[in-house]
Each structure stands twice: as structure tokens, then as C-alpha cells.
Design a protein. Structure first.
Length: 294
């Protein structure tokens, strides 16, 4: 009897944490799913009694042009960021392996500090950096001879705002991905690299024939996590541009929030949120299944 109790004891200890985590994660998802099938606006929020409308909210979204424009923008936004994040993180991870102990420690500390910086604080700093009159970026570009950036208003142009947000999100995301890939690189035996170099392999060939195949699942995991992180990115966009100008930076999470907040269409906003979850699940399910098998 005592042995059986001891075998259950670890599960009993973690049960409250598991139950609390499941409630905090699953209940909002379940509630959003329910609201997406209801007529749920300001009146229903106050007095209750939301009516079931079936797939009407999804039909309204999928038959409108605006949703597809936002979806395309979200795909482009996610692809650009993930490619840059994984590419830069791979280069930094490879550099960390080759640096001396002191420089490696300094660079890893800088990455950790950048990663630890609060999202809103970092976004505010970027607002100051790209400020039209007193921003450091405009001053530096003018100093380099690019007079056209004198007083340039970055946040009045959709493409420029999009680019600033890409720089911000990449800067925030690279530390985690780089440190994760570096940890994976340290597990590869040095003898494999020595054998590849003896066989005449170049640095690029060694990476593709030795490093990448061994860490393929880790690269897939990092890419999948970054797809989720970038696709659901909201605070940076909302604080910096609120999806503007002219909806140039409105992605699916921002679109859902704007519908719910401005139009008080909580049902339609929930439908956008659920479609976002479904799209991400479809995009990542094959990759995640392959990682689990490996």
C-alpha cells in the first residue's frame, strides 16, 4: 500500500499546477470558440443571452475580401521574419562555437539581456530610435550622407513601418533561437568536423553534410516556435502602429482585436482568433508530427 502511494505521490504534487495551467490555457480557447458561433456584441456582453448563429460569423469573414488581404499580409509578415530569425540565429550560433571563452560569454550575456528586455519597453525604445526629428536612426543616416532621411517620418509610410516592425521582432527573437541552436551545436562531436575537413569539405559543405542533418529536428523546432511567435505577434504592432498606416501592418491578431475593440463585434473577433489557431495548426502539424517521431 505504501509503495503504491509513493508511486502516485509525484503526480499528486504536480496535479494543481497541471490543472491550473490547463484551465488558464484551455478555458479561453473554449470560450472564444463558443463566442465565435454566437451573436455576441456589446448588448450580449452586458445582459447575456447570446444567440447561437452557427457558421454565420465564419461565412461573413471568408466571403469578405478584407480577411484574405489580412491573411496574405500575415503570411508575408511571418515568412520574412522567420527566414531572417533562423538565418541570423544560425550565423550567431556558429560564431559562438568559434569564439574564445571571454568573447563568447560577452556575446551570450548581451543576447540574454536583449531577450530579457520587456516587449513594451523594447517597442518604446524603437519608437524613440525611429522618431522623425530626434531619432538616432535618422541622425545616423543623415550623418552618412543620406540627406533624404532628414526629418523622415518612418511611421507615416506603410512599408517603412512594416520594415521597422520586422527589425524589432527579429531583434527580440534572435537571442532565444541563437542560444538554442548554439546549445545543439555543442552536442556534435568534434571528430565529425575533423573527418569532414580531412575529406576536403568546405565550411558550407560541412554545415550541410554534418551540422544540419544532425540538428535537423532542432532547426525544425526553432522554426516552428518562431512561426507561432511571429504569427501571433500583437503588442509590438499595436504599440508601434496599431495596425496602420492604412492597415499596412494589420495582421490576424491585430485584425481580431480591432474588430472586437472598435466595432464591438466580439463574435467576429473570436472567429478570426479561431481561424488563426486552425491555420497555424494546419501549417505546423506535419512538422510537429515529424519531430515527435524523431
Amino acid at each position: 500500500m505504501w509503495t503504491r502511494t509513493r508511486s502516485y505521490w509525484p503526480y499528486l504534487l504536480i496535479a494543481p499546477a497541471v490543472a491550473g495551467g490547463a484551465f488558464l490555457l484551455l478555458y479561453p480557447l473554449f470560450k472564444a470558440a463558443v463566442i465565435s458561433f454566437q451573436h455576441f456584441r456589446m448588448g450580449e456582453l452586458i445582459r447575456g443571452g447570446a444567440a447561437f448563429v452557427g457558421l454565420d460569423n465564419y461565412t461573413e469573414l471568408l466571403t469578405g475580401a478584407e480577411f484574405w488581404e489580412v491573411l496574405l499580409r500575415t503570411v508575408v509578415w511571418t515568412a520574412i521574419n522567420v527566414v531572417l530569425i533562423v538565418g541570423l540565429s544560425t550565423g550567431i550560433a556558429l560564431m559562438l562555437v568559434r569564439l574564445g571563452r571571454g568573447l563568447r560569454l560577452a556575446l551570450m550575456s548581451a543576447l540574454a539581456l536583449a531577450w530579457a528586455m520587456p516587449i513594451i519597453a523594447a517597442t518604446t525604445v524603437f519608437q524613440w530610435l525611429f522618431q522623425s526629428e530626434l531619432g538616432l536612426v535618422n541622425w545616423l543616416l543623415v550623418t552618412l550622407g543620406l540627406e533624404s532621411f532628414q526629418g523622415y517620418t518612418w511611421f507615416a509610410d506603410g512599408t517603412a513601418t512594416f520594415a521597422v516592425l520586422v527589425v524589432l521582432v527579429v531583434w527580440q527573437s534572435v537571442p532565444f533561437a541563437a542560444l538554442t541552436l548554439y546549445a545543439g551545436l555543442t552536442t556534435i562531436p568534434g571528430e565529425l568536423y575533423e573527418s569532414a575537413r580531412i575529406d576536403g569539405g568546405t565550411g558550407w559543405q560541412v554545415f550541410w553534410k554534418v551540422t544540419f542533418p544532425i540538428l535537423r529536428s532542432l532547426f525544425a523546432l526553432v522554426a516552428s516556435l518562431e512561426v507561432i511567435w511571429v504569427a501571433k505577434c500583437f503588442p509590438q504592432i499595436w504599440v508601434l502602429s496599431q495596425g496602420g498606416p492604412d492597415d499596412a501592418t494589420t495582421t490576424l491578431p491585430v485584425y481580431a482585436f480591432k474588430i472586437a475593440r472598435v466595432l464591438h463585434r466580439y463574435d467576429l473577433g473570436s472567429a478570426v482568433a479561431m481561424l488563426t489557431v486552425v491555420i497555424l495548426a494546419i501549417a505546423l502539424v506535419s512538422n510537429l508530427r515529424r519531430m515527435v517521431r524523431q
